[in-house]
Design a protein around this ligand. Structure first.
Ligand code: GLC
Length: 735
């Protein structure tokens, strides 16, 4: 048996043996990815000139194509079959922004694990997820796909997602897939929140805000990284040697491979930094983009570039090594095919659907509640109104892979299942999600007036978020706000409670509702079990515990607005000459970390040890949290730190730890955060990663604004860190 076919051999040996046997065209073939399957692609596969395919689905299809590569090509190298399995394969979970709202890494890990099981069962062994772009601008539709605005929360979730998709250690396993941290890097900082737009940020912001989740994914062992579309400080991310080689592969020691985003190599020409396809191919491969997603420029130009000496063959070999290594690590050579029987057993199985419900519940955020929630199940009449009240598509959100809207439970269906048999459930759509048609208002008002409680389901359809879905306004689309006002005006004097359920892929500027509605739930796009999860929360079978992973602005004019902002020399204050607006409050509508409960929590007894922290030591922050209400509930305790005086201006607070815990009525638990000192590091004036001596403030609370306890400590000496891939997290213990 040739060594590369021998699973007992070390992966490095198998790669080297195989590489020796490959022609230049076959090597370059491994660096080429195409979408779909055509006769032309079939011919290329049989010649060993394709390394990966994306968007080929169906277990029989995938097996047939795979067989062409394994049995039809000279060396029988299996294809890497990829798909955007972002928040579920066929069992669709809440969108990642919603899962971040759980503030529970285990939620993200489990969803990724189930998604991997289903995708792998049908032959998909590579997902282009997790998307870990930090997003401070809700105009950007892809905010839906990531974990929000905070580097620490996103880093924790990135780590969890990689472990969910790939397993604890990335080794051959039939139910694991290779993950892909995307879009490297700073794609979410697009000017104007306009997708694909220019990014121009400081090196410090790049390092402290946009890179950390990628660094965490790499430290978690992510197999692949996807280079982004955007121009980054003048050099497009898919031709950026500094970010790809110096940082990703150099400083962080990334050993997997980089795939470009869709035709991003071809777009180097459009950016104007490559004159033609050959120059684009040369620029990308030299910068560290190992695989070309669908531009076909690697196949067309690399052979000549190598033979003419412009691109050394060693550059090709290094890229091929990385690709082959992932294929060996997946066990593709031993098990290239999917098992249709196994697929039928586990895809959308009962266990997965139950996990989808459990997760969806945890992602719901109670934004406001003046006593309207929870509703009684024995109400005589409940009105369910709104364009998304009985909509199956919105709950699946953007990037739903092979999710089927027919599998989704609507809010109307969830409510009908939840209430007592004697309760009459009324329904009116009221209006469409985006048209100007108000003809349905009368029916909606009539239905509301006949009810004892109104559940108003409004928000964005799935197509208004995700890729190429930037919005210049963040209001409820169409005439939905008018519908909300019409229903509210009709019932407010009758004392009929109105609960507003807002489905969306982003924060929305719902200032009128925030002022008038007695209760508001942020429901994001919650996946196939949306209706059941919302019914559980609406009628009190589940006490919501989610928290916002992103700031909700009052108006789009405030954007960008985020919690970990700088202080400025004139912090906002009533005095005229301070940093604020003359026509709008400077504060957000709902702050980062905000989320209410049907119970209430009290914080006490904060202790910090040591109060003088030596470099390399761990700061222990402990406190007591008590459920002071009458219902069991979850609280997410949040730990923020502020560096009071430093060599560069620092944020007014930064999340450095969090813990979601469940407390019974009257129960108290001690929570201990063990904060490694390197989490205090930032880039100083010379761009050195540094923890500076000085005074620090600790803030612990229920949101970034709802700070309950404060304390202080001092770092005794300044410590500098060598740039590396080292990542550390705060350990949170519940005693
Ligand atoms: C798209 C997206 C990227 C996705 C890829 C493949 O354009 O930017 O997130 O993984 O192409 O579908």
């Amino acid at each position: 048996m040739e060594p590369y076919r021998d699973p007992s051999k070390p992966v490095e040996e198998r790669v080297s043996d195989l590489l020796r046997r490959m022609t230049l065209e076959e090597k370059i073939g491994q660096l080429c990815q195409y979408s779909g399957f055509t006769e032309e692609i079939e011919e290329a596969v049989k010649k060993g000139l394709v390394g990966s395919l994306l968007n080929v689905t169906g277990v029989e299809n995938v097996n047939r194509v795979q067989e062409l590569a394994v049995k039809g090509s000279r060396l029988g190298i299996p294809l890497l079959m990829g798909l955007d399995v972002i928040h579920g394969y066929k069992t669709i979970f809440p969108i990642p922004l919603a899962m971040a709202s759980s503030w529970e890494p285990e939620v993200v890990r489990r969803a990724a694990e189930v998604a991997a099981r289903e995708a792998a069962a049908e032959g998909i062994r590579w997902t282009f997820a997790p998307m870990v772009d930090i997003a401070r601008d809700p105009r950007w539709g892809r905010i839906a796909e990531g974990f929000g605005e905070d580097p620490y929360l996103s880093s924790v979730m990135a780590w969890a997602a990689v472990k969910g998709f790939q397993g604890e250690s990335f080794s051959p396993h039939p139910e694991r897939v290779a993950a892909c941290a995307k879009h490297y890097v700073a794609y979410g900082a697009a000017e104007g929140g306009r997708d694909y737009n220019t990014v121009d940020i400081s090196e410090r912001t790049l390092r402290e805000v946009y890179m950390p989740p990628f660094k965490a994914a790499v430290a978690a062992g992510v197999a692949t990284v996807m280079s982004a579309f955007n121009d980054l400080n003048g050099v497009p991310a898919s031709g950026n040697e500094y970010t790809l080689k110096t940082v990703l592969k150099g400083e962080w020691g990334f050993r997997g491979f980089v795939v470009s985003d869709w035709n991003a190599i071809g777009e180097l020409i459009v950016h104007g930094i490559a004159a033609d396809g050959a120059e684009a191919a040369k620029l990308a491969i030299s910068a560290g983009v190992d695989m070309d997603m669908v531009s076909d420029l690697y196949r067309r130009h690399l052979p000549d570039l190598v033979r003419s000496g412009v691109v050394p063959v060693e550059v090709i070999d290094e890229a091929v090594r990385r690709v082959l290594t992932v294929k060996f690590q997946l066990g593709l050579f031993e098990n290239p095919y999917a098992d249709p029987e196994r697929a039928r057993e586990i895809v959308k199985c009962r266990e997965h659907l139950d996990i989808a419900l459990e997760i969806a519940r945890k992602c719901i955020v109670l934004l406001k509640n003046e006593g309207a929630l929870p509703l009684r199940k024995d109400l005589k009449r409940v009105a369910v109104i709104g364009p998304l009240a009985d909509d199956r598509d919105a709950p699946l959100g953007c990037w739903r892979a092979l999710g089927d809207p027919n599998d989704a439970v609507t809010v109307l269906e969830g409510v009908k299942k939840k209430v007592s048999p004697a309760t009459e459930v009324l329904y009116a759509k009221g209006c469409d999600v985006s048209s100007e048609d108000r003809s349905g208002f009368a029916e909606a008002v009539e239905v509301a007036e006949r009810s004892d409680a109104v559940v108003l389901v409004v928000g964005e359809p799935a197509y208004m978020s995700g890729e190429a879905a930037s919005r210049a306004y963040l209001d409820l689309p169409g005439v939905q706000e008018e519908l909300v006002k019409a229903v509210w005006d009709a019932v407010k004097d009758a004392g009929i409670p109105v609960v507003e359920v807002v489905m969306s892929g982003r924060p929305l500027t719902i200032a009128w509702s925030a002022e008038h509605a007695p209760a508001i739930l942020a429901a994001w796009h919650l996946g196939v079990r949306a209706g059941d999860a919302l019914a559980d929360v609406l009628f009190g079978d589940y006490n919501p515990g989610g928290k916002l992973p992103v700031t909700w602005p009052r108006t789009v004019g405030q954007v960008p607005i985020y919690y970990n902002h700088k202080r400025t020399g004139r912090p906002p204050a009533p005095d005229r000459f301070t940093s604020k607006y003359i026509d709008e409050d400077w504060r957000p509508l709902f702050p980062f970390g905000h989320g209410l409960s049907y119970t209430r929590f009290e914080y006490s007894n904060l202790r910090l040890e040591p109060e003088r922290l030596e470099p390399g030591e761990t700061l222990a922050v402990s406190l007591t949290v008590t459920n002071a209400g009458s219902r069991e509930g979850d609280e997410v305790v949040q730990l923020y730190v502020r560096d009071l005086v430093a060599s560069v201006t620092r944020p007014v607070k930064e999340l450095k730890g969090f813990k979601r815990l469940t407390l019974k009525p009257g129960e108290s638990r001690r929570v201990v955060f063990e904060v490694p000192s390197e989490l205090l590091a930032f880039y100083d004036r010379a761009m050195r990663l540094t923890v500076e001596a000085g005074e620090y403030e600790v803030m612990v609370g229920s949101s970034s604004q709802d700070i309950r306890l404060r304390g202080g400590f001092r770092v005794t000496r300044t410590e500098r860190f060598i740039a590396s891939g080292r990542v550390s997290f705060t350990r949170a213990l519940v005693l």
